[in-house]
Design a protein around this ligand. Structure first.
Ligand code: NAD
Length: 250
């Protein structure tokens, strides 16, 4: 694991699943971590785990579905911890499905949290990093960001948007010292994939994790995020990295 001592990381969606695990990974690697999430109790729990292991961080409760909230989270990180070196824009919701596939409110919610929050977060993260010696940003897309065969509409649109926006930003801001990449999880065991009444079927597992036939773990994604955030990947720009049990093999 790379050493992130003296570094400050911001993780959104840190109350659960992939975000929580990545916040713990950053803390274990020595970073101080700003943890943002809509769920304050879950955030407190994440901070508790970080402190139990001797780490340090702050909790920033926020509903990231507005540009103002995204700006506030970056400002509170800088104010509370004294800077920002690494951002992981990861908060997300499952898209609209079933009889809500074309529901206008549902589509708006999916796009605002899964795509627009990444855009508005990056706006303020980049502005700070460019003026303060650079940094890294990793955004969570999905296999739905690189394939149209995941069975969702608005979620697929949002995640393709994350990939496209991040690649263009990587090109634009890389020369100014901000290195931007994307992680594309396959099926990972988290709150999002264990929703009651919507269990993953054997056929779904076979389709989405064709090599392993198993869900991945949040730690599989956290490992990739820390690598993409570390100097070990210093020659890697604008990559949409699948971590997906073989889904994207073609
Ligand atoms: P999760 O539900 O465990 O975690 C998502 C977190 O985001 C939760 O803590 C939730 O409270 C937070 N969140 C939701 N809406 C928010 C809002 N408006 N403002 C702030 N925080 C909010 O799910 P996860 O699987 O850990 O998801 C993390 C990311 O990974 C998401 O972007 C998701 O789309 C992506 N992803 C997950 C999978 C998977 O199989 N689990 C696959 C591909 C991509």
């Amino acid at each position: 694991m790379s050493d992130f001592s003296g570094k400050i990381a911001l993780v959104t969606g840190a109350g659960s699943g992939i975000g929580r695990e990545t916040a713990l990974f950053f803390a274990r690697a020595g970073a101080r971590v700003a943890c943002a999430d809509i769920n304050p109790d879950a955030l407190d729990e994440t901070l508790g785990f970080i402190r139990q292991k001797g780490g340090d961080g702050i909790a920033i409760p926020a509903d990231l579905s507005t540009p103002e909230a995204c700006e506030m989270v970056v400002a509170k990180t800088i104010e509370g911890l004294g800077g920002l070196h690494h951002a992981f824009n990861n908060a997300g919701v499952a898209g609209s499905f079933g009889d809500r596939l074309w529901d206008a409110d549902g589509i708006h919610r999916t796009l605002s949290i899964n795509l627009e929050a990444v855009i508005w977060g990056m706006k303020h993260q980049i502005a700070h990093m460019v003026g303060n010696g650079g940094g890294t940003i990793v955004n969570t897309a999905s296999i739905a960001g690189i394939s149209g065969n995941v069975g969702t509409l608005d979620y697929t649109a949002a995640k393709h948007g994350v990939v496209g926006f991040s690649k263009a930003a990587a090109m634009m801001y890389g020369p100014q010292g901000v290195r931007i990449n994307i992680v594309c999880p396959g099926l990972i065991q988290t709150g999002m994939t264990t929703i009651e009444g919507r269990p993953i079927t054997e056929a779904g597992l076979k389709k989405l994790s064709p090599v392993t036939g198993q869900m991945g773990e949040p730690a599989d994604i956290a490992e990739a995020v820390l690598w993409l955030s570390s100097p070990k990947s210093k020659f890697v720009y604008g990559v949409a990295l699948p971590v997906d049990g073989g889904f994207s093999i073609n």
